[in-house]
Design a protein. Structure first.
Length: 320
């Protein structure tokens, strides 16, 4: 039996993970991919039910979690937006979490408040999986992004990654930076308008971990030799005054000209949805992986995580 540190545990922050845990998810994902390809996947989560409580909009995260549980033969309770739930009658977050934890085996939660998943983990009697807590974190997204990066960049500790966009509300970025900090020595350029700098406490924590973190407010030549370009949307919905958004919405754009400056081996990533920050003519360049490889990992990594959380020995069970 492979020791499974995820079993019956919550996943609300990337800081709960270390390299060994990530290796386990990676190993299980590989088995899942090959079982899906050969049509030999066992219904490991038959009889298990996942509640998806999404207080905020979602396409990929919501759909890929539901897809993941169903591939394993499990069921789900989908709340895509809470408008049809008792939340509209004024039910508290705590009561909602307490209630659903009696109806299912795990809850995947997206909520606009920072820390909501960690808070829910103190209330729920079943594991909570964070699918985005405000502008804070999105840990499951970061795991699959790491796997996409690792299939192109073999020596991460000596790699250079550029992250562009909204560094304040970019929760995928916060989780990705957390996971990259497990590779001390890595160089990361973070590029954003002055209004959307990475929060100071995150900058100091990452540097403390040994990350060579370089901040930019303009795109300068130093970034073009990067191995990875991770682009993210400026979050229009977070601006109280839309005029402030209009001022910075076009501050950068990846175009065919940008591709000319990048290494042939570089990759361009994006958590999606995209607004205007990557020109659609970039999509067909082999270095663009946001509509291909990144999406490929979305369901299988979530399958691996659900199996780890809901089954005591998924690696052993799938290898039998
Ligand atoms: C992102 C999110 O919701 O944080 N998308 C995702 O889950 N893949 C990014 C965004 O909304 O810009």
């Amino acid at each position: 039996m492979t020791h499974n540190p995820f079993f019956q545990s919550h996943l609300y922050s990337i800081s709960q993970l270390d390299k060994e845990k990530i290796e386990l998810v990676y190993a299980l994902e590989k088995i899942i991919v090959s079982r899906l390809q050969t049509g030999t996947l066992k219904p490991l989560l038959q009889g298990k039910i996942l509640s998806a409580l999404f207080y905020e909009p979602s396409s990929r995260t919501f759909a890929s979690f539901l897809s993941a549980i169903q591939y394993f033969g499990g069921g789900f309770i989908p709340f895509h937006g809470m408008e049809a739930s008792s939340v509209t009658k004024g039910e508290s977050f705590e009561d909602t979490i307490r209630t659903f934890s009696h109806f299912c085996n795990a809850i995947v939660l997206r909520h606009p408040d920072k820390g909501s998943s960690e808070h829910a983990s103190h209330i729920s009697s079943v594991p909570i999986i964070n699918a985005g807590d405000g502008g804070n974190e999105h840990p499951t997204q970061a795991i699959m992004e790491l796997f996409t990066i690792q299939s192109h960049v073999h020596d991460l500790a000596n790699a250079t990654i550029t992250i562009l966009g909204d560094l304040v509300y970019g929760r995928t970025i916060h989780s990705l930076l957390g996971i990259l900090s497990l590779f001390p020595g890595i160089t990361v350029h973070v590029v954003s308008p002055q209004e959307l700098l990475l929060p100071r406490d995150r900058v100091s924590a990452l540097r403390h971990h040994g990350m060579n973190l370089i901040e930019h407010t303009t795109i300068d030549d130093r970034i073009w030799m990067s191995d990875v370009f991770y682009v993210n949307r400026i979050k229009k919905e977070k601006f109280k005054d839309q005029k402030d958004y209009e001022k910075i919405r076009n501050w950068f754009r990846i175009t065919p000209d940008s591709l000319k400056k990048m290494k042939q081996t570089a990759i361009v990533m994006h958590p999606l949805p995209r607004a205007d920050e990557i020109d659609t003519s970039v999509d067909t360049d082999p270095r663009a992986v946001y509509l291909t490889e990144q999406l490929d990992h979305m369901v299988t990594v979530r399958m691996a995580l659900l199996a780890m959380i809901l089954h005591p020995d998924p690696i052993g069970a799938l290898q039998e």
